[in-house]
Ligand binder design. Structure first.
Ligand SMILES: [Zn+2]
Length: 239
């Protein structure tokens, strides 16, 4: 059982006071054994998880002890990018401006350097998000087909998710899952993540044999890993 409440907590008393107000999400968890802190990069919040029997006091204490860490982590988050008209969103690593024209009908479409979205203004974000997911699915499935053919393997299923910590995964039954947010990364980064997961269809481990397969599928392994380390967190701030 989990219960989530978001609120702002003023922590002025401590010398290492957090920026006021600090967005804190209180999370009560029946599974938690102890009080813990983490940053939710998507929401731009600190999440304090409390076991059922702990009071908020214990959470506030932990927050205060780690105030410097929390402050630094929140400050280093990339700015949030809402999917609203006039905003730029990367597609395949290239900037595309969101253009809203209420007269347009049907789902959002791609134009050079732009994503065109019609209909009521209040649904723009939803429509752009749907478009990005669909475009992500299309590009990822295309690359899965290419790499799977090279290795003579077949993915059982391809699922797009909104994961926080993994860009892709491969289940023992041969199902692959990817973050839809990869659609915003340069093509060669998306391609590396796909090659990595497809290679797991042959080697479900990170052995030398596995890495040999990955290297045969893509020359961009190191650069792509480095790109994701550096730029991945910003992708989580979109939408
Ligand atoms: Zn792996």
């Amino acid at each position: 059982m989990e219960q989530n409440v978001t609120e702002s907590v003023p922590l002025r008393a401590h010398p290492l006071a957090l920026p006021t107000p600090t967005p804190v999400r209180w999370n009560r968890s029946a599974r938690a054994r102890r009080v813990s802190l983490r940053i939710d990069p998507r929401a731009g919040e600190v999440v304090v998880t409390l076991p059922m029997r702990s009071g908020r006091r214990a959470g506030l204490q932990l927050l205060t002890t780690h105030a410097a860490w929390v402050k630094e982590r929140l400050a280093s988050l990339a700015p949030a990018v809402p999917l609203s008209p006039g905003q730029e969103v990367n597609l395949g690593g290239l900037p595309h401006v969101i253009r809203h024209d209420p007269a347009l009908r049907g789902p959002a479409t791609l134009a050079p350097g732009a994503i065109l979205v019609g209909g009521d203004g209040e649904f723009v974000a939803r429509r752009v998000a749907d478009f990005l997911r669909a475009e992500g699915r299309r590009r990822i499935c295309e690359r899965v087909a290419v790499h799977a053919a090279r290795l003579g393997v077949k993915a059982k299923r391809i699922t797009l998710k909104d994961t926080r910590s993994r860009w892709g995964s491969c289940a023992p039954d041969g199902s692959l899952a990817f973050s839809w947010r990869l659609v915003m990364a340069p093509d060669w980064v998306l391609d590396y993540v796909v090659a990595h997961e497809v290679a797991h269809l042959r080697e479900l481990n990170h052995s030398a044999r596995f890495w040999t397969l990955v290297t045969a599928l893509t020359p961009d392994r190191d650069a792509a890993q480095e790109w994701l380390r550096k730029n991945g967190p910003a992708l989580l701030r979109v939408g």
